[in-house]
Design a protein around this ligand. Structure first.
Ligand SMILES: [Zn+2]
Length: 487
């Protein structure tokens, strides 16, 4: 046989063997068992919970970046309202206010040798925006058409209400959790969490608390969002991207625009921004994404299982496919979004300084310093430079939390019980939460809001007509009860 023939034969057999291995790996991944259904009567115990959630919604605890524009009275009233609505939690749990925007309840467990668990949420909300775009007043807390309406219904007074509701019900039957539970509520998550979560975390740190895990907002049970999946998927956030605002700056000489230089400062900045879009950060499959895809496989058709279970071979395909849409692109790379531009303040005046802001979300595995260096190099090619915007505010990507952990198993079990129609998968949260303040206090941080959400529902988060169904509100309570019982 000719040498070329032998090589072709060897390569061909190797390729066939690889394909056979890939098919075998995909086939070895069985489809998940048929989805279940929650016995609706289990929610009866929480009839009325929606009314108490509505009462919290009616207190307009709107966070604003300028504290002078905030209604301090509303934040004080919300605390009083919570204590009034959940009297057993108020009277029987240990309670403190580590900061003016913080509420901390401690529920001592039966076994002091076990690490505690922290359940967090925030009770501030973003401004309602254009009130004319709302079908009902944003703070009506109206219960109509099977929904609780108003700002905070989804983001995220529901989690505070449900945690307290479950505690209230369990306290009524003199239940004592096995491990100590902290219910930690911040009142300024939307503006950074310094007065809320950070002060709670500081107090816990001072006391030497080391928690097993923490649960905060971030994921949810996604309905119909992954078109190929055969059921809703509970997305449990185990990782969170970092954050930095980068200023792209160029200098020029001010002067009359009738005799301009070849490039003005504004032109240089525009070129730098355009380069940053043309040269996206490299795509990478993080440990969390690999785990997400692997755990997704049982809910996906064979073709997807073939892709997801053979990443060693299929990674380039997956990266290319994910890069095609903004929602998935954000999962595989550090993203930069040009959001603000400024130059001179008059049509016919050359700017002596022009700038743009890139809002950058840093993928776990990258870091803020490396991100800045890359953007500075890109800006330099255009004759501009990159600098920290907003006084250097930056957050490194949060450590990826383990899925091989009791906390994750407990969450998964509670999801299985309360959302039996859904699968559960770990995922990376691409925005930010209060959890950054708790890093180092807990072995693991999970982000999961126990409600079903469709893409349509999500429009209410930070948008008009925020609402949550009564069924969802009650399920959220049942989830907390299930979790508390299982700790
Ligand atoms: Zn939130």
């Amino acid at each position: 046989m000719h040498v070329v023939g032998i090589v072709a034969l060897v390569l061909g057999s190797a390729l066939l063997a690889l394909l056979a291995t890939m098919l075998a790996r995909a086939a070895a991944c069985h489809r998940a068992p048929a989805p279940g259904r929650l016995d609706a009567s289990r929610l009866d115990a929480y009839a009325g919970a929606e009314g108490r959630l509505a009462a919290l919604i009616r207190v307009p605890t709107v966070s604003r970046f300028d504290p002078a524009e905030e209604d301090d009275g509303a934040f004080t009233r919300l605390k009083a309202e919570a204590l009034r609505l959940y009297p057993l939690a108020a009277s029987r749990l240990l309670r403190s206010e580590p900061g003016d925007r913080a509420m901390l309840f401690e529920w001592p467990g039966r076994d002091a040798s076990l690490e505690p668990v922290i359940l967090t949420a925030h009770y501030d909300v973003v401004p309602p925006g254009d009130e004319g775009a709302w079908d009902r007043p944003p703070f009506s807390g109206e219960i109509a058409d099977g929904y609780v309406h108003g700002r905070g219904a989804q983001d995220v007074k529901i989690m505070m209400a449900a945690a307290l509701e479950a505690a209230e019900r369990l306290l009524r039957s003199d239940f004592v959790p096995r491990r100590t539970v902290f219910l930690a509520f911040g009142g300024d998550e939307e503006t950074g969490g310094v007065r809320g979560a950070a002060s709670i975390a500081a107090v816990l740190r001072e006391r030497g608390v080391r928690a097993s895990f923490l649960l905060d907002e971030g994921g949810f049970v996604a309905e119909g969002m992954l078109g190929f999946a055969d059921r809703p998927l509970a997305l449990v956030g185990v990782a969170e991207k970092g954050y930095v605002d980068v200023a792209i700056v160029a200098s020029g000489s001010a002067g009359h625009a009738s005799m301009p230089p070849r490039h003005t400062a504004a032109g240089l900045v525009a070129k730098a921004v355009s380069l940053s879009e043309a040269r996206p950060f490299p795509a990478r499959i993080t440990a969390t994404l690999a785990r997400f895809l692997g755990d997704l496989a049982p809910y996906a058709p064979f073709g997807y299982r073939l892709l997801f279970r053979n990443l060693i071979v299929t990674a380039p395909l997956v990266k290319a496919a994910f890069s095609a849409a903004p929602t998935t692109n954000a999962l595989v790379r550090t993203t930069c979004a040009a959001t603000m531009l400024s130059g001179s303040d008059k049509e016919n005046v050359l700017p002596d300084r022009a700038s743009a802001v890139l809002n950058v979300r840093v993928l776990p595995g990258d870091d803020v310093a490396g991100t800045m260096a890359r953007l500075d190099a890109i800006a330099a090619r255009a004759g501009a430079r990159a600098d920290f915007a907003h006084h250097g505010y930056a957050v490194e990507p949060l450590p990826e939390s383990p899925v091989d952990h009791d906390g994750y198993r407990l969450l998964k079990a509670a999801i299985g019980e309360v959302f039996p129609e859904a699968g559960a998968v770990p995922f990376m949260f691409t925005a930010g939460t209060d959890t950054k303040h708790y890093v180092g206090l807990c072995e693991a941080i999970y982000r999961f809001e126990p409600i079903l959400q469709s893409a349509d529902d999500l429009k209410g988060v930070h948008g008009p007509n925020e609402r949550v169904s009564v069924d969802n509100a009650r399920r959220c309570c049942l989830f907390y009860e299930t979790l508390l019982r299982s700790l």
